[in-house]
Design a protein around this ligand. Structure first.
Ligand SMILES: [Fe+2]
Length: 255
């Protein structure tokens, strides 16, 4: 398995404090069946700033360390950036790091309480410059919970989204779990990832989430999510199903 959203770099954000803790996370990931992780430290979220250069350097140091410790896992560079107006310029000339450094895909974290008004304009601008935004954990945004049509509009206009494994597993409560399922039913989700921060309170839980996807939606959707992660790390174009408006009631047997 590939995990495209994970806080595993030591001493950078609210992930592991040191190399020993990163090592424990890497071992837990391997136990889940994960062989590749995109490390995505927080950036400009009000608490942490981790620019492109510092992430690239730490990723290569962690890979060397894990190789020496004989842990069979590869760490690739990424970044979880809180949305701001000059993101496009900073991808082109500055501190923002697209996923795996060279892809056209960029993680965008929205504030938890709202979707800023300039979001669709910024996304349009990103697309214009050849970059595709991936909205991380939209299921934990209060605005999307009250107005899911906002996510539909953004996806219809070309944004992608990533749901967190533990949201599907119920760790963030029933509302978040149900909203995650509604987004999946409406074809508004393109990736599942762990967003793991440690091995205790924010663990991987990726295999459990995939197991649930398989059980409730079948193999076809499971392969869709897993293949998209593979396409992403190979720098290829992501598969997208035709998005639909969110329906309030679950429709069983849709897939
Ligand atoms: Fe994250």
């Amino acid at each position: 398995m590939i995990d495209i959203h994970c806080h595993i770099l030591p001493g950078m954000d609210d992930g592991p404090e040191d190399y020993r803790s990163s090592l424990n996370m890497a071992k837990a990931a391997v136990d889940q069946g994960i062989h590749t992780i995109i490390a995505t430290p927080h950036h400009r979220n009000g608490s942490f700033n981790n620019n492109k250069e510092s992430i690239l350097k730490k990723v290569s140091q962690l890979n060397e360390f894990l190789y020496a410790e004989q842990v069979p896992i590869t760490i690739l560079p990424g970044q979880e950036t809180r949305i701001y107006g000059e993101m496009t310029e900073d991808i082109l000339y500055g501190s923002i790091l697209p996923l795996i450094d060279i892809s056209e895909y960029v993680f965008v974290e929205l504030p938890f309480g709202n979707v800023p008004r300039y979001t669709s304009e910024l996304f349009f601008d990103l697309k214009l410059h050849g970059y595709t935004p991936i909205i991380v954990h939209p299921e934990r945004n209060r605005d999307f919970l009250e107005r899911p049509e906002k996510l539909y509009e953004l996806v219809k206009n070309g944004a992608l989204t990533q749901i967190t494994a533990s949201s599907l597993n119920g760790r963030w409560g029933k509302k978040v779990k149900v909203l995650s399922e509604q987004f999946i039913h409406a074809n508004l989700v393109h990736f599942i990832a762990s967003d793991a921060h440690n091995t205790t309170s924010r663990p991987f839980e990726l295999s459990d989430a995939y197991e649930q996807i398989k059980r409730y939606y079948g193999n076809e959707l499971l392969f869709y999510f897993m293949e998209n992660c593979e396409l992403l790390i190979n720098g290829e174009t992501i598969h997208q199903l035709e998005p639909n408006p969110v329906r309030k009631r679950k429709i069983l047997g849709l897939f």
